[in-house]
Design a protein around this ligand. Structure first.
Ligand code: LMR
Length: 311
């Protein structure tokens, strides 16, 4: 099993760290354009192997895609992070070029790899990557974000209720942006509906905080988050490598599901060896469906910008 991570910034390096500690692969390649730093971070990670007891050989390369040859899974984190005052959508122009270049190179050396996109604006970068594959099965190209957004939502609920975050189960849909749709009707504390434990007012406050969860961190740190995004991407890689068929919210290519067509957006899926094995269509009520469609509109408007720039 071979895994490659494109982009050795905060998210890429954290994701690499999480993956090697899960002992998922024989080999992990970290690739970036920054000569020295990439090799250095990978070497530093490799030197934790005897302490952490993992056997994944991790090494770094500078822009050498041939080193990623025959990867089973590739995670693309490359691209600029946002700074305070920026929206994820402001990154579209610069990151689309980076993501598409990386995708073409990956496909050249690993045509069968499952590709996980982490770069922002997430849903549209996933679409951009899919376009650059020139005909790959869309179930093999998908984006990380729902796990991250749901993790933030769960963390806030756990804090509010003073319960273990492991007991909080939730599904969240929509684009990875301010219009994302946490779903209280699908949120439980070990099967107990959250609506029985938290007032609507408290829940609404948590939902609002979740929607702006990435922005809250950008404001605090001057750059975007990395621990939770890296961990979320690693969890997806684990589900693929172990063929565990876990149900996660993932940015998937929609072809009629939820009445939406030809866009990537967060929906519940079953993730396994072949990538997205199934998209789950929840029986949303009118209000939930309206919010999901509103989020899709927002993703589509950014997608339109991509289409104008990338012919
Ligand atoms: C996140 O949600 O942490 C990432 O999408 C990075 C960002 O810009 O917020």
């Amino acid at each position: 099993m071979k895994i490659s991570i494109i982009g050795a910034g905060n998210v890429g390096a954290t994701c690499a760290n999480d993956i090697i500690n899960l002992n998922l692969a024989d080999e992990l390649v970290l690739l970036d354009v920054k000569e020295g730093v990439t090799e250095g971070k990978a070497l530093d990670l490799w030197q934790t192997s005897s302490i952490r007891q993992f056997e994944t050989y991790v090494y770094g390369v500078t822009d050498d895609y041939e080193a990623t040859k025959d990867s089973d899974v590739v995670v693309i984190t490359a691209g600029l992070p946002r700074k305070p005052g920026m929206s994820r959508d402001d990154l579209i122009e610069i990151n689309a070029g980076i993501v598409q270049h990386a995708t073409r190179e990956i496909i050249k050396y690993s045509p069968d790899a499952k590709i996980v996109i982490v770069s922002n604006p997430l849903d549209v970068m996933t679409y951009a990557s899919f376009m650059a594959t020139n005909g790959k099965n869309p179930n093999e190209v998908f984006g990380m974000a729902g796990i991250l957004d749901a993790a933030r939502y769960k963390a806030f609920i756990a804090e509010e209720l003073n319960v273990s975050p492991i007991s909080v189960h939730a599904i969240l849909m929509g684009g990875h942006g301010d219009t994302m749709v946490p779903l209280p009707r699908y949120t439980t504390i070990s099967s107990v509906p959250v609506t029985e434990l938290l007032s609507k007012e408290k829940l609404d406050t948590i939902i609002e905080r979740t929607k702006y969860g990435g922005g809250e961190l950008v404001k605090l740190m001057g750059t975007s988050a990395w621990y939770a995004p890296g961990a979320a991407a690693a969890q997806m890689v684990s589900a693929i490598v172990k063929n565990s068929r876990r149900l996660f919210p993932v940015s998937a290519y929609l072809q009629g599901e939820y009445g939406l067509n030809d866009l990537y957006m967060g929906v519940p899926v079953i993730l396994g060896r072949n990538g997205i094995q199934q998209i789950i269509e929840l029986k949303l009520n009118d209000e939930e469906l309206e919010l999901v469609h509103k989020s899709a509109e927002s993703v589509k408007s950014v997608l339109e910008v991509l289409r104008q720039k990338v012919k």
